[in-house]
Design a protein around this ligand. Sequence first.
Ligand code: HSE
Length: 443
Amino acid sequence: MKAIQVGLIGLGTVGAGTFHVLQRNQAEIRGRAGRGIEIAMVAARNAERAKAYQAQVGDGVPCVADAQELVDNPAIDIVVELIGGVEPARTLVLRAIANGKHVVTANKALLALHGTEIFEAAREKGVVVAFEAAVAGGIPIIKALREGLTANRIEWIAGIINGTTNFILSEMRGKGLDFATVLKEAQRLGYAESDPTFDIEGVDAAHKLTIMSAIAFGVPVQFDKAHVEGISSLQATDIKYAEQLGYRIKLLGITRRRQGSGSQGIELRVHPTLIPATRLIANVEGAMNAVVVQADAVGTTLYYGKGAGAEPTASAVVADLVDVTRLHTADPDHRVPHLAFQPDAMSDTPILPMAEVHTAFYLRLVVADQPGVLSRITTILAEHDISIDAVLQRESGEGERQTDLIILTHDTVEGRMNEALARMQGLPTVLAPIVRIRKEELA
Ligand code: HSE
């Protein structure tokens, strides 16, 4: 059978990785896919990369500057979109779909923001949009959630899904350095981009979490309802205190189905989180990614690997290419649905506002070291029905009139904690803004 014809948009790190993996493992890939997978055309706006590529492969595979030419080429069966960002990616993907082509993409921002429109367009045209590489790079988490765990009711997912921030947090903890110093080092080593905003402010993680949440709970992608908080204001002091109490701080993406008494809905949140140091995920260090899934039949499962990089991400892109090649001639009604659930079985369960989220807290208060301070604070917590799990007070130095008071709470409702925090902050003996970090046992 003739090899399936692929058009590759973007010759950056992942594009080049995809090219090399397809070439190096072509015999295995053909054996698994049932036919060859051939890059038939490439689109790259960067003239230097295009020239280098052409020098490597010769003139047999044309490289065009205008990606529209590629998506309009009738010889192409699958378009691989690896340019990232919302535009022009959205326009190109929708045009490829309109032209009846399958799409493989690594673009989490595009799917988190416009997934509903894109999946609907694909369904109408009977084509597939595959996106394993969009979440946690080389970890096959989409396949696991959509197929491997399909028997289960998923309860929650918690993931380290941004390598840059995990690298920064690991260095802050390991070397006792502050955020700004480690960020500069991460940029020097190429882990963090020159504009690191999307990574350090939690946006990249929230894009990925939004996609996983939709698949886990059969709800539309709703990035606009995600709570997004990054690590840029995290202080080395809190990492140190957390460690003394047996916890690590990780930037987690958490999505959980909440049911029973109280608010019903889905939590969708990215923020720094204390987790017990004994959990496997707490020991995921450097730029690695990991996702824990709690589901009713299987229990807890953990997926670990590289969340970025040329060949780890290419591994996911090529897996999608093999999947789509196998499905190419299949009846569209018998394919795995884009978001795991059939379109008529999607749920309208709401995403919960943060005030209704249940979680525990780490609080650090700088307080005057005088009688009655601790009791006033604990009284406020008790009056808001918030139960204390542990208290740690730094011994004051000679002549020092203030100290750090660390409190760990049991689970509560975030809105209740916000009210208690406002009252505590108003006490004259609380001398600085209270640091508040959420805490999860992940049990
Ligand atoms: N910038 C991301 C990270 C990789 O640091 O994990 C691509 O999503």
